[in-house]
Write a protein that binds this ligand. Structure first.
Ligand code: ADP
Ligand code: MG
Ligand code: ZN
Length: 211
């Protein structure tokens, strides 16, 4: 990370809805840094205990070692002197200090890669992600496949009744949807029939087979 002879760090943000491949992309970037023999540390907020504690795992089962932390200040405390690259997954779940922590690390010469949801289930900006996107040197906005129409999904549809901004879960609680198919009120008003997402995926598969 040389810039006019000075050692510089920077902030990269990978955002998008659920299932858009944010964790996959974070893992890919971390693996490339490891191939380049750079020292890497990855963190995620502790509230996310969907999978194994000591890894970040994508929906496609790729994984990389990570440290679950309770607050953004823990990241600053745990980053070692010789670490060149810091990865942060589920950045939207961190406390308000996360932007300052990423900036401090970048100013120290570290490459920070933060992945997170840009929007919550209502389609509103999530946590500190808007600020993180604003101060980042590089931003990648990914999309997923809309589970209703097969189009480009930019939003996360909650499939259960709850007004809470944070309800941790994946396939059974959420699905990716495009703007036209996304219905923020669905999760507040209607009872959802319990059709597993995996069954819908199967239907898409059968249609492809028929073609
Ligand atoms: P994110 O971290 O953004 O939630 P992951 O990186 O964990 O996403 O997982 C992305 C993977 O999820 C894709 O490569 C694909 O295998 C799988 N997947 C499941 N449902 C979808 C969908 N609706 N659109 C795109 N990918 C999906
Ligand atoms: Mg993820
Ligand atoms: Zn759609």
């Amino acid at each position: 990370m040389q810039n006019h002879g000075r050692l510089t760090g920077w902030i990269e943000v990978v955002c998008g809805p659920m299932f858009s491949g944010k964790t996959e992309e974070l893992i890919r970037r971390m693996k490339l840094a490891l191939i380049a023999k750079q020292r890497v540390q990855v963190f995620k907020p502790q509230l996310d205990d969907r999978y194994a504690d000591e890894y970040i795992i994508s929906h496609s089962e790729q994984k990389v070692v990570c440290t679950p932390v309770k607050s953004s200040a823990d990241i600053l405390a745990l980053v070692r002197d010789n670490t060149r690259v810091v990865g942060v997954d589920e950045a939207q779940f961190f406390d308000d200090g996360i932007v300052d922590v990423c900036e401090k690390l970048a100013n120290r010469g570290i490459r920070v890669v933060a992945a997170g949801l840009d929007q919550d289930f209502m389609g509103a900006p999530f946590g500190k992600m808007p600020e993180l996107l604003a101060v980042a040197e590089s931003v990648l906005k990914l999309s997923a496949v809309c589970m209703v129409c097969g189009g480009e999904a930019t939003k996360s549809q909650r499939l259960v009744k709850s007004k809470e901004q944070i309800v941790v879960g994946s396939g059974e609680l959420y699905e990716a949807r495009c703007r036209a198919c996304h219905d923020p009120d669905l999760s507040l008003e209607k009872e959802i029939p319990s059709v597993p997402v995996s069954r819908k995926t199967h239907v898409v598969g059968e249609q492809i087979e028929q073609i």
